[in-house]
Design a protein. Sequence first.
Length: 271
Amino acid sequence: MLSTKNGSLQLSAGVMDYIAFGNGSRTLVMIPGLGDGLKTVRGTALPFALMYRRLARDFRVYVFSRRRELPEHVNTRELAREVSEAMEALGLSGAAVLGVSQGGMIAQWLAIDHPDKLSRLILAVTLAEPNATMREAVGGWMEMARRGDYRALMLDTAERSYSPKRLRTLRPGLRLMGNLGRPKSFQRFLTLAEACLTHDALAELPRIDCPTLVIGGCEDKIVTGEASQTIAAAIPGSRLLMVEGLGHGLYEETPDFFRQVADFAKGEVKK
């Protein structure tokens, strides 16, 4: 059922890693968040498939990283163009697209500029333009990355993402983690973090005309819950789902998150 694949694509501007899993008749494309700047999805098809096996039953799921080498300055619109190019190379069109955090920023531009590539859009814990909360969080992470302080970066990300209950179970492991998983260079992360700070698609969101589900956390300490409400108000006919008591990591903490995603992607939840 999992039918995993670890792959890479030679795009016009460089190499992009991707993974695929599942045997469903429908296609779901996932665009991950800023953590992709620390490690791409290369070689992770099996753990992803096991983690998201709820989706593997109904979909052939593709997860696209940003390309391995990035120019010093890149923006989310350019990153969306590269996702479109990757989908074109694999013959994917009319897919349901799930974008999480920075992945949601990229997914906005994908829906605006390349509407033929998707049939439905799910935007989770993301924003359409920078706000003070996001600038403070991402700016702090950039300073930690410049210092090479991976442990502090991971701890701060967790503190801002998860509920107090989840943090109680995660903190001991995070404190012991040290440099485990530390990237050789933080430059790719810094480049993508800058792209978060320059993202601004709000004025263009009314152009999105596919069915759209916006999911936000009322306690989001990275992009804010209000950011999801702003997106939903700007996209005609979109559906808004706000999760009480949870924040940026709600996709890991909400038991039925992927059921909601699957139902909407299959068209079982209307626009």
